[in-house]
Design a protein around this ligand. Structure first.
Ligand code: 0O2
Length: 214
């Protein structure tokens, strides 16, 4: 039996304000999507092994925004969301090997029309949950119609195996309303370690095959 989950929501007036606030995030996300599609096309045309497996894009749902504001003891308002949350617009890059993650992060960092706001290296320092990924928050300027306003987009870069783990852990955490029982947490931490080990071993196989080809 699943425990009861109480859903935090925006009040009607605030919900309408949030809907208007989300327009600029959608525009910013489309700009990042174009940039990453171009990067993917470049790799596909000029590299033998494209390190990008696939990309995904999402705007955080109002329920999820409200839940995050509540968890941080912030008011459930559009203003608080815009002022405090950097991951309302999110892009995810799934790549083949952990080594590709840093290469892709370097390319993103070097783009002149992006302003890097923050970076979190959960590869060198995984979260207590076992979560591994590289996060970059980049700001873009979606257009003069929004004045001088910049808009943040969180870009998460990880391997397929790390992504598989993160989806499962997210599902478990959601199921238990954030209070994951200890035995599940331990099992997930163990899986994260094993996944990391597998990522490294598969990369070694890949490198050996490259050597043999040479
Ligand atoms: P969703 O549904 O993906 O949008 P926070 O730790 O979230 O309070 P911050 O600084 O926003 O504070 O977090 P951080 O570390 O940059 O992480 C933001 C996002 O990374 C999360 O968004 C998740 O997508 C992912 N993430 C971070 N830690 C974990 C983890 O332990 N497990 C999984 N599965 N994902 C994680 P949201 O809002 O949590 O979720």
């Amino acid at each position: 039996m699943s425990p009861e989950k109480s859903v935090t929501r925006f009040e009607t007036g605030e919900f309408d304000k949030l809907k208007s606030s989300l327009v600029i995030y959608r525009c910013a996300l489309k700009m990042i999507e174009t940039k990453l599609t171009n990067l993917n096309d470049y790799y596909a045309a000029f590299y033998e092994g494209n390190p990008i497996e696939h990309t995904a894009y999402r705007i955080k749902s109002p329920e999820s925004i409200a839940g995050k504001l509540k968890a941080r003891n912030l008011p459930i308002t559009a203003e608080a969301a815009v002022a405090n949350l950097l991951d309302i617009a999110g892009a995810r890059i799934i790549c083949s090997y952990a080594k590709n993650i840093r290469e892709i992060a370097d390319i993103i960092r070097a783009q002149h029309d992006l302003t890097i706001v923050s970076e979190k290296d959960y590869l060198s320092a995984p979260k207590a949950s076992g979560y591994r990924s590289y996060h970059i928050v980049a700001e873009v300027r979606p257009g003069i119609q929004f004045g001088e306003q910049c808009c943040p987009v969180e870009i998460q870069i990880r391997t397929s195996a790390m992504d598989f783990w993160a989806s499962l852990e997210h599902k478990v955490r959601y199921k238990y309303g954030g209070q994951v029982p200890d035995h599940f947490s331990r099992e997930l931490q163990l899986c994260a370690e094993k996944i990391n080990e597998l990522d490294e071993r598969m990369y070694l196989i890949h490198e050996l095959v490259e050597l043999v080809n040479e």
